[in-house]
Design a protein around this ligand. Structure first.
Ligand code: TPP
Length: 623
């Protein structure tokens, strides 16, 4: 690490020779692999942009010039070069560096990221603000080809081209999203398109010209001679030029000298520029180059072999249970179709895709489109199951409301990663869905206490003729026995799990696990609690809750969601609407704050949504 050790800030790399820059790239790769093998993280995206990162910091002057990394998951080299080398070993750990770019972490991170496709909008906003302030600094957005599948990116390009702002967009094209990239744009960008499809288009167009009566052959000969060959006629550049960007590329994103030359040239252009860079995801670490999907974002692994370190034996994850159950149900019901937004593996839908390719749709990183697409299918009698992580579903809010709920279309939302997700931190926790879904008319919202109940809820949802959200957590399920026959659950019906006269605990989803654990400890202290698994947040089983609370007016609600607008709020509203009063209540849930990154269990404890929090609430009420 002879060179990296000397880089305290980006200024230090400007004096390095070309050979030293190449050496620095190797040292950075080694460091990234070393740390991510221990901490887990986005190794392949970061390895793919090492030369690009060095070249950007060599040519531009961060933090005066602003470099915005889309998603921010590929910014590890950027972190190493911008004063964070000594903390890099804490990456994604509690109290350590974030796995994404974060304004509060460094002046070199001008924008906080985690969700995709925001970089061009943010960069354009920053560039516009700088022009008002007469600040000549450059603004650069680096966005991947996967992130270019989102409509948001085009809204930004559309405005940027029109405003003729001094803005540089670098398209980091590795032909991969998390999975292989999808969509028409992806084939436009890909080398396959330039080589194979252009040749066949050229042939077809040539034949067409030759057939034009009278003039065809002449026009064909002219076209053939024309400087504007067919290859340059149809290029990815056309798309961006249509947005009034000056297009450069595609260039080799691992040729540092070439990158530096071209960046030095384009920095003087005062118009929107798009530089198209081809990179290899996982570059320089053979296992990641070979398996970029796994190494997109991975857990701990052994460096030598690239094999992931065995996790503790655990029951299947909720995601796996959802995925297998969906395949089983889809075998019997061909109206079931599945939709993912660029996360076939993460949501477990790969299995469905393999089994029913014609009924599986990967829409790209386009959650809003995915939801409206599903709504369209529902109008034709299908039963779309839209599997999207809670945090990314936030993007599709208007589509859920306007395109699904107003007409009560039977779209099922498999809301994965509901609750605290862990090391990805505040941009990724699914802590708002109960609140943001609960206020939508026609929506039914369920959350299972275990994997058996998840299966029952899926059957219930498929039988229901209207929108349903099933919210389940990240990670291993509870390891309970699975019923052979999957029975539905009456909509709106809760379940009493334990009886006791001292305290009433109403819980939802994972909260039920914490409630039951707390109940055992409280019983040892002589406090006897009734525990209710609410199962539904909407419709809420208010009648049962009121009947119980009349006898036991000391109530604790438990949820892994923000308290504002969540399950506890729903219970309070239900009580108020029923005219029920004279009770005392404590709501266990997330405060009005964003939760940092770290291990799930640690965060549950720190943010008071675990059994200790339930016990404390019980003590509050009873002592
Ligand atoms: C709105 C949103 N949906 C989904 C994701 C999950 N996600 C993180 S990175 C990624 C793929 C990004 O692909 P690309 O932009 O090409 O970057 P690469 O990792 O290939 O460098 C996805 C789908 C996200 N971060 N944000």
């Amino acid at each position: 690490m002879a060179i990296l050790e000397k880089i305290e800030n980006p200024e230090d790399i400007k004096t390095l020779s070309p050979a030293e820059l190449t050496h620095l790239a190797a040292e950075i790769r080694q460091k990234i692999v070393e740390v991510v093998s221990r901490n887990g993280g986005h190794v392949a995206p970061s390895l793919g942009v090492v030369e690009l990162t060095i070249a950007l910091h060599y040519v531009f002057n961060s933090p005066r010039d602003k470099i915005i990394w889309d998603v921010g998951h590929q910014a590890y080299a950027h972190k190493l070069l911008t004063g964070r080398r000594d903390q890099f070993h804490t990456l994604r750990q509690y109290g350590g560096l974030s796995g994404f770019t974060k304004r509060s972490e460094s002046p070199h991170d001008p924008f906080t990221t985690g969700h995709s496709s925001t970089s061009i909008s943010a960069a354009l906003g920053i560039a516009s603000a700088k022009r008002i302030k007469s600040d000549p600094a450059k603004v650069i957005a680096v966005i991947g080809d996967g992130s270019m599948t989102a409509g948001l990116a085009y809204e930004a390009l559309n405005q940027a081209g029109d405003m003729h702002k001094d803005l540089i967009v670098i398209l980091n094209d590795n032909e991969m999203s998390i999975a292989p990239n999808v969509g028409a744009l992806s084939s436009l960008l890909s080398r396959t398109f330039s080589a194979v499809r252009i040749q066949s288009m050229r042939k077809n167009f040539g034949e067409f010209l030759k057939k034009l009566p009278g003039i065809g052959d002449d026009v064909y000969q002219m076209a053939k001679r024309s400087e504007e060959s067919f290859k340059t006629f149809v290029t990815p550049g056309m798309l961006f030029e249509a947005f009034d960007f000056d297009y450069f590329g595609p260039i080799d994103g691992h040729n540092m000298g070439h990158l530096i030359d071209i960046l030095e040239n384009i920095q003087n252009i005062k118009e929107p520029v798009l530089l198209h860079v081809n990179t290899i995801k996982g570059k320089g670490y053979a296992p990641a180059e070979k398996n970029p999907v796994y190494f997109h974002g991975c857990g701990q692994f052994e460096i030598e072999s690239g094999t992931c370190l065995p996790k503790k034996a655990a029951p299947p994850s909720y995601t796996q249970v959802f995925a297998r159950t969906l395949v089983t149900l889809a075998e019997k019901d061909d109206r079931i179709v599945a939709v993912t937004a660029a996360m076939p593996a993460g949501t477990g839908l790969s299995e469905f895709a393999g089994r029913f390719p014609g009924r599986f749709f990967d829409v790209g990183i386009a959650e809003p489109h995915g939801v409206t697409f599903a709504a369209g299918m529902a109008t034709e009698g299908f039963k779309p199951v839209v599997a999207i992580y809670s945090t990314f579903l936030q993007r599709a809010y208007d589509q859920i409301l306007h395109d699904v709920c107003i007409d009560a279309l039977p779209v099922i939302f498999a809301v994965d990663r509901g609750g605290i997700v862990g090391e990805d931190g505040p941009t990724h926790h699914g802590l708002f869905d109960l609140s943001y879904l609960r206020c939508l008319p026609n929506m039914v919202i369920m959350s299972p206490k275990d994997e058996n109940e998840l299966r029952r809820m899926m059957v219930t949802a498929l039988a229901h003729n209207g929108p349903v959200a099933i919210r389940y957590p990240r990670g291993a399920s509870e390891g309970v026995e699975i019923d052979r026959e999957i029975q539905p659950i009456e909509i709106g019906q809760s379940e009493i799990l334990a009886q006791g006269d001292d305290l009433l605990i109403l819980a939802i989803g994972r909260g039920v696990i914490e409630a039951m654990a707390a109940r055992r400890r409280l019983r040892d202290e002589g406090i006897r609690a009734t525990v209710v698994n609410s199962r539904y947040i909407k419709p809420l089983d208010t009648r049962t809750f009121v009947a119980l609370a009349e006898k036991i007016p000391r109530i604790v609600t438990v949820e892994e969601n923000v308290r504002i607008g969540g399950f506890g709020s729903a219970v309070l509203e239900g009580f108020a609407d029923a005219g029920f009063s004279g009770f005392e209540m404590r709501r266990v849930g997330i405060d009005d704050t964003f939760v940092t990154h770290g291990p799930q269990e640690k965060l549950r404890n720190e943010y008071h949504v675990d059994k200790d929090a339930v016990i404390q609430a019980a003590h509050d009420l009873i002592q």
